[in-house]
Write a protein that binds this ligand. Sequence first.
Ligand SMILES: [Zn+2]
Ligand SMILES: [Zn+2]
Length: 138
Amino acid sequence: MKLYGVCKCGNCEVVAEGSIELSTLVPRICDCEYCQLHPSAVVSSPNMAVSVKAEASSIYQAVNGSGQAVFYHCKGCNQLLAVGAIFSGVSLGAVNACLFGNSDQFAEPISIQPWLLSPAEKMARWSKLWGGLKICYA
Ligand SMILES: [Zn+2]
Ligand SMILES: [Zn+2]
């Protein structure tokens, strides 16, 4: 499958591709303060690679509480594009499912509380859940 998404203002595009059924991807809605402020439902799979395409000036990066992951946002509309981290030199991450118009092609979303996990537990979890993440600056 190959999915194209775009942020609300249209400045940033994302492409997700891989050999995976959309209906098996479960959007994860985090209930931390940061994510309440920046609503998103992230999806990822080790079998799905995500690329974000935008002008370097259209994206800003933010780190949340534990500072382990980088959140990529559009500067124009503030929408979360993707979240990622580097694992042994490899960039892995998850993409905001809200960018792909028709979100009912995904599985039923679940709510998660990653702040309950220790930093080591979080890294272990992400390394299993996330797929390749590329940020391509135009
Ligand atoms: Zn935007
Ligand atoms: Zn959160």
